[in-house]
Design a protein around this ligand. Structure first.
Ligand SMILES: C[S@@+](CC[C@H](N)C(=O)[O-])C[C@H]1O[C@@H](n2cnc3c(N)ncnc32)[C@H](O)[C@@H]1O
Length: 435
């Protein structure tokens, strides 16, 4: 066989630097330092601090030591802070976290859209701990050692950080962590387990098991016992089906003025208090007039749709997931409001859609992180007088704000929603008006 020369892999000493000044926080909550070798992003560092770092790759560096510390630094309260990839801003005072999030949005809007909000309202805030009503737990089963790891993923890694208590999780979910760690290794399905979700609904807690094969008789008995002992509903999801194994009553969550029934796999805002506050703010900003036509995009199961309809709007709601559209229609019927709902991929051209019409006075968009790269052009062409755009990603918001600006919209008001305290994730509401 032919042999080829193979150069030895280069090994270089890790580059260590001391006395580096952190000049700002980036949108992922990392400290920014300008070293002689270029800008480096350092997780855990805060502006004004002087730090010692080890350069890791082209853009990142590891925080070795804090030489002088920020006055905004606090002791991270979580025991898993060092290993878990979750709450990466808990070393920063809460007010400073919120101010930072607003600043990130201001800078992104200025940089990528040359847009400035005419008014920033103070952030919408709620509980900063024990607020998450939904969590996806990663699981890994080591068949040789018969060991199961249940927890959250470590940052940028497939490693699982095993946790038995999470400070941002709702207490009703927290208290299931240890019992689940005991139950799951006893089940035959442990080898087929993808992940586990814990979800707090209005009247019950759901444990959702993502499996490759449906549980056998013996597993079903054990799951039944677990559900009774811990007063939870148990659901299973495989590629073929989603069904309750042990269910109490229909699942629902509260929105303004009514409840939304849904499936455990449907989207639900992470923070119960802030979900409702956000809907209230959208109602204020949209200032619905009787029988006004409102186009709602990325509608989910109706979190905004129903309150808008109850306020007197004629809502046309669009959502891409068919089960959520069905749920939305049923929810409207239960709330005795009349709406129109359509299942449609909003990122495809709209010209064949019956609901693509003039006459919408207002529009509400609440897209996922990808924003609305196509839909924003379409909605701007329909020229509603007012657009409320809710975003969970300031970079895609800035991109879409630029399109609105080009269509003659001005950003009148903006407001950070503190939906994900202790983490770098940002939720923001914006109100655009056509000139
Ligand atoms: C952030 S959630 C908001 C849902 C809802 N407004 C709420 O508050 O519960 C975004 C929604 O957009 C939907 N979605 C994402 N991409 C879509 C697309 N290309 N077309 C239509 N819907 C989409 C998702 O299924 C999800 O329900």
């Amino acid at each position: 066989m032919a042999q080829f020369y193979k150069p030895q892999a280069r090994t270089s000493q890790p580059q260590r630097l001391t006395d580096q000044l952190v000049v700002e926080l980036d949108h992922q909550g990392r400290g920014v330092v300008r070293t002689p070798k270029g800008v480096k992003f350092v997780a855990g560092a805060l502006p004004t601090e002087r730090i010692a770092i080890t350069v890791q790759g082209k853009h990142e560096a590891h925080l070795d030591r804090i030489q002088t510390s920020s006055t905004q630094r606090i002791e991270p309260p979580c025991a898993f802070y060092e290993q878990c990839g979750g709450c990466d801003l808990q070393h920063l005072e809460l007010d400073a976290q919120r101010a930072h999030k607003q600043q990130v949005v201001i800078e992104m809007l200025a940089k990528f859209a040359q847009v400035e909000a005419q008014q920033w309202l103070p952030p919408l805030t709620g509980d900063a701990w024990n607020y998450r009503r939904r969590a996806r737990l990663a699981v890994h089963y080591d068949a040789k050692r018969h060991q199961l790891k249940v927890g959250f993923r470590a940052p940028k890694s497939k490693q699982i950080c095993v946790i038995d208590h999470c400070l941002v999780l709702a207490e009703s979910l927290n208290k299931l962590l240890q019992p689940l760690q005991q139950l799951l290794p006893q089940l035959a399905l442990v080898k087929q387990l993808g992940h586990v979700e814990l979800i707090e609904f209005e009247h019950q807690v759901v444990v959702l098991l993502r499996v490759k094969q449906w549980p056998d008789e013996q597993d079903l008995n054990q799951l039944q016992e677990f559900a009774t002992a811990h007063q939870v509903s148990l659901w299973c999801e495989s590629d073929q089906q989603l069904a309750p194994l042990v269910a109490n009553e229909p699942l629902s969550y509260r929105t303004v003025g009514t409840s939304i029934s849904c499936l455990p796999t449907n989207f639900m805002q992470a923070h119960r208090q802030l979900s409702e506050q956000m809907v209230k703010q959208a109602l204020v900003w949209l200032d619905i007039q009787p029988n006004e036509k409102v186009l709602e995009l990325y509608a989910g199961s109706g979190n905004f749709t129903l309150p808008l309809a109850l306020a007197g709007a004629q809502v046309t709601a669009i959502e891409g997931v068919a089960t959520m559209v069905e749920q939305l229609k049923a929810n409207a019927q239960n709330a005795q409001v009349s709406i129109e709902a359509f299942c449609c991929d909003l990122e495809q051209p709209w010209h064949r859609q019956s609901w693509r019409q003039d006459g919408y006075g207002k529009a509400l968009l609440d897209p996922a992180r990808a924003g609305a790269p196509h839909a924003i052009h379409e909605v701007a062409q329909l020229q509603p007088q007012r657009i409320v755009y809710i975003s969970c990603a300031p970079d895609t918001l800035a991109r879409d704000a630029k399109v609105l600006k080009e269509h003659g919209y001005q950003l009148k008001q903006a407001q950070v929603v503190d939906m994900f305290p202790q983490t770098h994730h940002i939720e923001v509401m914006t109100r655009f008006e056509r000139e």
